[in-house]
Design a protein around this ligand. Structure first.
Ligand SMILES: Cc1cc2nc3c(=O)[nH]c(=O)nc-3n(C[C@H](O)[C@H](O)[C@H](O)COP(=O)(O)OP(=O)(O)OC[C@H]3O[C@@H](n4cnc5c(N)ncnc54)[C@H](O)[C@@H]3O)c2cc1C
Ligand SMILES: *[C@@H]1O[C@H](CO)[C@@H](O)[C@H](O)[C@H]1NC(C)=O
Ligand SMILES: *[C@@H]1O[C@H](CO)[C@@H](O)[C@H](O)[C@H]1NC(C)=O
Ligand SMILES: *[C@@H]1O[C@H](CO)[C@@H](O)[C@H](O)[C@H]1NC(C)=O
Length: 456
């Protein structure tokens, strides 16, 4: 196993023959930064760059801020023919308390439920963009098609989706913040093409009403799979749920059936590993998402697949070309991690601190890779922070001399991850309050409606 990592390191070193010691990152105030994406992560980056009075532009493919949180009933393309990237669905409420999602120093108004609706969270993101006056820095309907490293600068090419015109901008820094939940992952299933009913990925799912009286299969029990089991069980005639998550399954009603993995699809249903067969009309694959950075040219020096992006120092800096940074490619973390990454990136561009040498960064990265618990020591885990989150906050903020994100947020994250699976139907009916850097309070506060006291 150890060789795997040594080999990867050797491979990377060989990819870029002239690893230089001592980095000469461009100096402010003349430097220019291109940010790709105006979701939670891109907006956070814009806010902190603006704080430092740095020059930047944000490219956003859609006409909205807030990324995936902007619910749109359309799938694929909207009424103007613009791409719809959102994975949000009707009735979605956050699965993490807002206390772990808020931007630094920008709390939700009092009276906001700790688990608000997606619409409410999107309102918050809009208010954030407005409050920090970020909107005029964003070029909407601007789809980035390629990022190339040429003659010591980043050439960012994009298509204006209105006029279909192509243009480029050259930047000293690039911040990649195009999200990690836009590209559906669809596993291969035997007999899939035989099935006569409809099959969609949850990315394309919007509302339960349409499944009234249908016989539906949900595949997977990640956050979307569990949500859909709840949202659909009262509408469907039969709800079959294939997954192998061990959790405290609530009562989803008489029409619900739990099933093991799929053996094969047939023309009118599915055979499962317990050899049972279910007739079905619709299948919704809640099988998750993969990374997607189609615009990164080879010259960026990034090794990527749907499962990983590497090598990144502190889960952020492209070690091959440290003037390229990623925000939001870290897995199993709270949103506040992306806020901290944005603050780190802005401090770096503002030259508030310096990176170690490339060799040193690569060494640390290999150490990180080797420190993954052996049973999970796989390339696919390289972008997972997970239970290292508090330590990560400590490392990241210390290096950049930015305020330490308090451990209480990781406490809440860990508790929430557990309680979701123990009390799926009710865990969102609680509110949280931070008491200090280490302690929080949680109490039951069921509400009939879904209040959202945000005025824009
Ligand atoms: C259904 C669902 C529910 C979720 N629920 C929660 C939750 O409850 N709690 C939680 O903490 N997290 C949740 N998440 C995770 C969510 O991804 C983060 O909350 C957050 O939205 C990540 O923000 P981002 O800016 O990194 O990515 P995104 O929100 O995906 O934004 C990326 C932006 O980049 C733009 N873009 C992409 N490609 C290009 C291109 N080539 N050119 C120009 N622009 C481009 C997109 O249009 C988009 O606006 C959920 C995710 C999904 C999909
Ligand atoms: C613009 O760029 C895209 C992607 O590189 C390309 O497919 C398209 O043909 C270009 N359009 C024009 C008008 O040059
Ligand atoms: C389903 O409907 C019943 C009866 O109207 C209701 O009590 C229950 O909360 C609903 N379940 C879900 C998951 O919405
Ligand atoms: C934090 O830094 C220490 C010391 O360099 C390192 O051993 C550890 O792996 C780092 N942890 C994370 C999550 O970054």
């Amino acid at each position: 196993m150890r060789c795997v990592w040594a080999c990867v390191a050797v491979l990377i070193v060989n990819l870029v023959p002239e690893i230089t010691d001592g980095l000469s990152l461009p100096a402010p105030p003349t430097s220019r930064t291109c940010i790709i994406g105006a979701g939670y992560s891109g907006l956070a980056a814009a806010r902190y760059l603006k704080d430092y009075d740095l020059s930047f532009v944000v490219f956003e493919a859609t006409k909205h801020v807030g990324g995936t949180w902007h619910y749109d009933p359309h799938v694929g393309f909207d009424e103007e023919g613009l791409p719809v990237y959102t994975s949000m669905y009707k009735y979605l409420r956050t699965n993490t308390p807002i206390q772990t999602m808020e931007y630094t120093g920008f709390p939700f108004p009092d009276g906001t439920p700790s688990y608000p609706t997606a619409t409410c969270f999107h309102k918050y993101l809009k208010l954030f963009a407005k409050s920090f006056d970020l909107v005029k820095r964003i070029q909407f309907k601007t789809f980035v098609t390629s990022v190339e490293w040429a003659a010591g600068r980043w050439i960012v090419s994009y298509t204006k989706l209105d006029s279909k015109e192509n243009a480029t901008e050259s930047c000293d820094y690039v911040i990649v913040a195009n999200g990690e939940f836009l590209n559906p992952y669809v596993p291969k299933f035997q007999g899939l093409d035989l099935f006569k009913g409809s099959i969609i990925h949850s990315h394309y799912y919007r509302e339960p009403e349409k499944y009234q009286g249908r016989r539906v299969l949900i595949v997977g029990a990640g956050p979307s799979g569990l949500d859909l089991a709840m949202h659909l069980s009262n509408f469907t005639k039969k709800l079959v749920h294939s997954h192998h998550l061990k959790y405290n399954q609530p009562n989803f009603g008489p029409n619900y059936k739990k099933k093991p993995d799929i053996i094969t699809f047939t023309s009118d249903g599915v055979v499962f590993e317990d050899n049972s067969f279910e007739e079905l009309d619709n299948v919704i694959l809640c099988t998750g998402y993969e990374f997607d950075h189609p615009f990164l040219d080879k010259s960026c020096g990034i090794t990527k697949s749907g499962k990983y992006v590497l090598p990144l120092y502190q889960h952020v800096v492209n070690i091959m070309h440290p003037s390229m940074m990623f925000i939001g490619v870290s897995k199993k973390v709270i949103n506040r991690v992306f806020d901290a990454q944005a603050q780190y990136v802005a401090a770096l561009i503002a030259k508030k601190f310096e990176l170690p040498s490339q060799e040193e960064m690569l060494k640390k990265w290999v150490q990180h890779a080797q420190s993954l618990p052996t049973k999970r020591m796989k390339l696919v885990d390289i972008n997972v922070i997970g239970d290292q989150q508090d330590q990560y906050f400590g490392n990241l903020t210390k290096e950049a001399s930015i305020p330490r994100v308090p451990p209480v947020l990781t406490e809440i994250r860990d508790f929430n991850a557990k309680i979701r699976l123990e009390d799926l139907l009710n865990y969102r009916d609680y509110d949280y309050k931070l008491l200090n850097d280490y302690k929080y309070e949680r109490w039951y506060n069921y509400r009939e409606d879904d209040p959202c006291p945000i005025e824009i």
